[in-house]
Design a protein around this ligand. Structure first.
Ligand SMILES: O=C(O)c1ccccc1N[C@@H]1O[C@H](COP(=O)(O)O)[C@@H](O)[C@H]1O
Length: 217
């Protein structure tokens, strides 16, 4: 198994090059004004253009209204849109009909009921991201959740593990969840919004080494 890695909250060309070189599969661009990683639409379009054809680009939106969702898609043309607010399955099903991109939904895991609720999204989106519940911000806070809650769950669609991943806990997280994809933002930063190139490299290396060891068993 070759695990997918998304490095989220990028805002420079250099960080895109490093993520590609380190073997990440996806980069994330955050369009949410309250985030320290916010990029406006013209800058997001530039970065997406820069990454195009080399790595998949995920545009992250939080409770964006229909107009902003359409405008952001048109300007940026991302491969994927990640919805990280309280978007409903019904709304996302409508978006899916209107926008020819992959759609992902992040859910804050509060307990077994969240997994039950995730099933409601199965027909509306292409992947579920399990993250820590929202605190001051809906994500990107470096907070993790009890991974035991998702271990052994019979996922019906592709999924990813997010929330508080870092160099110290990634191996434990993989051993406990066997997540097919991991998503990291603040864990590869030197300060909020500032990506640390070495941490991006080391994080990807740790995931690839884990894969290699697991594949050789
Ligand atoms: O990165 C952000 O600033 C952000 C803002 C609003 C919603 C989600 C955000 N990021 C996503 O949150 C998770 C976990 O991030 P972290 O690794 O704990 O910092 C991840 O999916 C990011 O893509």
């Amino acid at each position: 198994m070759s695990r997918l890695i998304k490095i989220c909250g990028l805002s420079t060309e250099e960080s895109i090059d490093v993520a590609i070189d380190a073997g990440a599969s996806h980069i994330g661009l955050v369009h949410f004004e309250k985030s320290p990683r916010h990029v406006d639409l013209p800058r997001a379009a530039q970065l997406r253009q820069y990454a195009a054809g080399r790595i998949k680009t995920v545009l992250l939106l939080v409770n964006a209204d229909p107009r902003l969702t359409a405008e952001a898609y048109q300007q940026i043309q991302p491969d994927i849109i990640q919805f990280h607010g309280t978007e409903t399955p019904e709304w996302l099903a409508l978006v899916h009909k209107a926008i020819p991109a992959e759609l992902w939904k992040a859910l804050g895991v509060q307990g077994p009921q969240t997994l039950q609720r995730s099933l409601d999204y199965d027909d509306a989106v292409d992947r579920i991201l399990y993250d820590a519940p929202a605190v001051a911000l809906p994500g990107g806070t470096g907070t993790s959740f009890d991974w035991g809650l998702i271990s052994g769950f019979d996922h019906q669609i592709p999924w990813a593990l997010a929330g508080g991943l870092n160099l110290d806990n990634i191996i434990t997280a993989l051993m406990q969840t066997n997540a097919p994809m991991v998503d990291i933002s603040s864990g590869v930063e030197s300060e909020p919004g500032k990506k640390d190139m070495d941490k991006i490299r080391q994080f990807c290396q740790a995931v690839h080494s884990f894969d290699k060891e697991q594949n050789s068993d």
